[in-house]
Design a binder for this molecule. Structure first.
Ligand code: PMV
Length: 308
């Protein structure tokens, strides 16, 4: 079997404000989707978490990202058919980019299986097409981070890698609220609020821009002790545009009372995931305080990789 893996992501700073052309910072994290492929007489995809998600002969998963992936790879000259298995530790439907990571791992494994060169540029481009089939109007951050890994500063569709080493002493705790939300619905509500309260909110958006630029400078300096404070301020701005939720706040305050350096929601909000920056030594025992599932992650620097 030919296997590849790709990382999930979090948004460290700037979600929602990026929709209005302001900057954001996204990060690939050490939680992965793994895809393995072997020869078969038809194209199928079996997910360990979701069961059969695509079967070209059985009418399962038509119109999905998987159909797009198989079509695009066939159009590159691959006539072989494959049975694919996907196994992922990334929380699903929570803003961690699990669909993009699965797509990227699958595309990478399929291209190798077909004897095609899985260049990052091509893998990311095909994954973006698959994301369009699933999410309508994706920003491109999920497939870019799953493919290239690293930390990205992005603005209006332009992604710039921030080359830093993640210090050993720090981790991110990712907590799944378990509340699923439609990113598009939340984004529209925030944009409507902005139109109604523009004179007030333009100051908040301006603050978000300054905050992301200060966060970028702190990351480059390796000043992780102070980064948490900016995460807390970012959460305040997100609360102001009404994308927090009671359960989000419960988790946020529990972690703040238990030594987190900074805590915020990540992604669209109203549920999804909460991220907390911790000194590694302070993390012990914290996860047991939570009712919700959680992951401890750090920066993934490599993006998609062959694993066999
Ligand atoms: O829910 P996620 O993690 O895919 O994040 C959405 C991020 C937003 O800024 C709210 C929307 C966007 O397209 O950037």
């Amino acid at each position: 079997m030919i296997c590849s893996k790709a990382p999930g992501k979090i948004i460290l700073f700037g979600e929602h404000f990026v929709v209005k052309g302001l900057p954001g910072i996204g990060m690939a994290v050490s939680s992965y989707a793994k895809a393995c492929v072997e020869e078969s007489d038809k194209n199928t995809v079996l997910s360990k978490q979701l069961g059969l998600v695509y079967d070209e002969a059985g009418g399962v998963g038509f119109g999905s990202g998987f159909e797009v992936i198989f079509k695009l790879i066939a159009s590159m000259g691959c006539s072989k058919r494959a049975r694919a298995y996907i196994d992922s530790s990334i929380f699903m439907g929570s803003g961690m980019g699990s669909s993009a990571a699965s797509s990227v791992a699958l595309i990478h494994a399929l291209m190798r299986f077909c004897g095609l060169d899985p260049s990052k540029e091509v893998v990311s481009r095909i994954a973006f097409e698959a994301e369009k089939a699933v999410h309508g109007k994706p920003s491109g951050i999920d497939n870019t981070l799953a493919t290239y890994g690293g930390l990205l500063y992005y603005r209006s569709g332009v992604f710039e890698r921030i080359d830093i080493k993640w210090p050993e002493e720090y981790s991110l705790l990712v907590v799944n609220t378990g509340i699923h939300r439609e990113t598009g619905v939340v984004v529209k509500e925030v944009l409507d609020l902005y139109e109604r309260r523009r004179e007030v909110l333009e100051h908040i958006y301006r603050a978000a821009e300054e905050l992301v630029n200060q966060a970028l400078a702190m990351l480059r300096r390796g000043d992780f002790e102070n980064l948490g404070e900016l995460m807390n301020i970012n959460q305040g701005l997100l609360y102001t545009v009404n994308v927090s939720c009671p359960k989000c706040e419960e988790i946020i305050w529990l972690l703040r009372r238990n030594k987190a350096l900074g805590v915020k929601l990540s992604g669209a909000g109203r549920g999804g995931i909460i991220i907390a920056l911790y000194r590694k030594k302070d993390l012990e025992g914290v996860r047991q305080l939570l009712k919700e599932e959680s992951l401890v992650v750090s920066l993934d620097e490599q993006g998609v990789l062959s694993i066999s």
